[in-house]
Ligand binder design. Structure first.
Ligand SMILES: Cc1cc2nc3c(=O)[nH]c(=O)nc-3n(C[C@H](O)[C@H](O)[C@H](O)COP(=O)(O)O)c2cc1C
Length: 202
């Protein structure tokens, strides 16, 4: 008959099993955290590429600064400025997330701006606008958001940055003027911030 392990051996074996279980859990946790970070960084780089479809040779993730934008009034929100450069020269940047006050709450907007101050892309990253009405601000539901492409403070000066029904340049979505105005206002705010702070932003 095999010898029964001593209580000390049992205790040691149990401790070893516990140690291995904890180490395994930590290893899995680290692996998943690393994977989440890699995926998040890739998603950000994809967004920058989409919003700033220009040639650059730096890593915008490693060339990011934090700014404060009051696009929806108040004290302001923390916004990342992902900067793109070619041969060390500024190409443009992506602001994200620019926050706006929509019909149903806060919207988050990503916005690409070429160095000369023209918009290369705007996308709605997050929103809670009403399906079939305000949610048409999103690129997933209509082409409306693409109407900002190429616009700048030079070709749409102060007073033009509002809905057509308010005397401005930008179409309002039918039954969703509040959502439309919120996006237009936030985009104008971010452009003004860019022009005012251009030298410090790069
Ligand atoms: C249930 C409900 C949901 C609405 N959702 C939105 C919305 O998401 N965005 C928006 O701008 N207006 C929304 N509206 C409409 C606004 O109350 C308002 O009438 C509209 O923004 C004015 O735009 P219009 O001048 O194009 O009609 C909603 C209205 C109702 C009754």
């Amino acid at each position: 008959m095999p010898e029964t392990p001593s209580p000390t051996t049992n205790a040691l074996l149990l401790s070893l099993a516990c140690f291995m279980a904890v180490a395994g859990i930590y290893a899995i946790k680290h692996f998943l955290e690393d994977k989440i970070t890699v995926n998040k960084n890739q998603a950000t780089l994809d967004m920058v590429e989409e919003l700033l479809p220009l040639a650059y040779d730096n890593d915008p993730l490693a060339d990011t600064i934090a700014v404060t934008l009051s696009a929806r009034g108040g004290a302001g929100d923390d916004v990342n400025a992902y900067r793109a450069r070619l041969d060390g020269e500024p190409v443009g940047l992506v602001f994200s997330p620019v926050k706006a006050s929509g019909y149903n709450g806060i919207m988050e907007i990503g916005m690409g701006i070429k160095y000369d101050g023209s918009i290369t892309g705007v996308r709605i990253l997050r929103h809670r606008e009403t399906p079939g009405l305000g949610d048409n601000i999103s690129q997933d539901n209509s082409d409306w958001i693409f109407s900002f492409n190429g616009r700048s403070l030079a070709n749409a000066p102060k007073g033009h940055w509002t809905a057509i029904k308010d005397g401005g340049d930008f179409d309002q979505l039918s039954g969703a003027t509040i959502s439309s105005r919120a996006v237009i206002k936030a985009v104008e705010y971010a452009l003004n911030y860019y022009e005012t702070n251009k030298e410090n932003l790069f």
